[in-house]
Design a binder for this molecule. Structure first.
Ligand code: GLU
Length: 303
């Protein structure tokens, strides 16, 4: 009985259910970004990038359409009441829009799950994508990547009372949940085949399953898991050390090299002028991890 009530309360926090449904203890939801500490980005005047099909489309429209996540604390979260997106990835998306001459406050964000990112970029549904998107060679055959702008690593999230799981080797015979189409899912499938792996569209569904004892662990990047653990500190913990490198890039349509190079330049400039760090401190930094140095931009040749 006690456990059921506690799990319900935690689900209220994670799902940010309305106050009436959850009662006082489940609300307010976990700390959001520190809005007053976020930098302001002013759109660069007279910027042009005629060589970029995505930019040209956006310029005509008057704003960018950006793909993102909506359920990843401190990174990409959508407020269910206002529809507003916030988090570190969202700030990166906003500063990029300003650097490319379009007002950041006019961006239309679209939630796109891990498995659908390449298709969304290929069919022009979005102009660029900022949402814990690992750069790798397989994906580079389908899309382009600016960046990286952050370096994460795959890790494990377990219940607080779990004492047997400290790393991926301990997953043999355990039920492990990850998102379809993600690199953490692929890594467990290929390198730890004894794990009983299940996939859902989003990590928040995995976390619900962890809280209700349907699975034993959730695996994805540490940056994402730290956020879920911070929202339910009495129930969940990140176990062991990261066991991969996940450099986060900004996804662009493949072949739109003009856009990719302009984003590389914009990232460099925002790292240099302090906006990157300010944005980190007011979002992902709230999870307790101090700002690292941003990784070096990997500007690969036009493709
Ligand atoms: N960074 C990993 C990936 O791009 C996991 C996070 C995610 O699914 O967005 O697959």
């Amino acid at each position: 009985m006690f456990r059921t009530a506690r799990v319900f309360r935690v689900l209220c926090v994670l799902l940010t259910l309305p106050t009436a449904a959850c009662g006082k203890e489940g609300s307010p939801p976990g700390k959001g970004p520190a809005a007053e500490r976020l930098p302001h980005y002013r759109a660069v005047r007279d910027f042009t990038l005629p060589g970029s099909p995505a930019w040209t489309r956006a310029k005509k429209r008057g704003h960018f359409v950006v793909g993102a996540k909506e359920d990843q604390p401190y990174l990409g979260e959508k407020d269910p009441a206002t529809g507003t997106y916030s988090g570190f990835d969202i700030e990166i998306a906003r500063m990029m829009s300003a650097s490319l001459g379009l007002p950041p406050e006019k961006i239309r964000f679209r939630t796109i799950a891990s498995a659908n990112r390449e298709t969304a970029l290929q069919n022009g549904q979005i102009d660029y994508y900022v949402g814990t998107y690992t750069i790798n060679d397989n994906r580079k055959k389908l899309v382009g990547f600016a960046g990286p702008y952050y370096l994460a690593g795959q890790s494990l999230l377990v219940r607080k009372d779990e004492n047997d799981i400290h790393g991926p080797r301990d997953l043999a015979g355990k039920r492990v949940c990850s998102a379809a189409g993600s690199t953490p899912y692929q890594r467990i499938k290929a390198d730890y085949p004894k794990a009983a792996l299940v996939a859902y569209d989003t990590y928040s569904i995995c976390v619900d399953n962890l809280l209700t004892y349907q699975v034993d662990a959730v695996t994805t990047d540490d940056a994402i898991l730290i956020g879920y653990a911070a929202k339910a500190p009495g129930e969940l913990k990140v176990a062991g050390k990261p066991f991969s490198e996940e450099p986060y890039g900004i996804g662009v349509p493949r072949g739109d090299n003009a856009l990719r190079f302009a984003l590389d330049d914009a990232l460099r400039a925002r790292e240099k002028n302090g906006d990157w760090k300010k944005a980190y401190d007011a979002t992902l930094g709230l999870s307790g991890v101090p700002a690292p140095n941003p990784p070096a931009i990997d500007r690969y040749p036009a493709s």
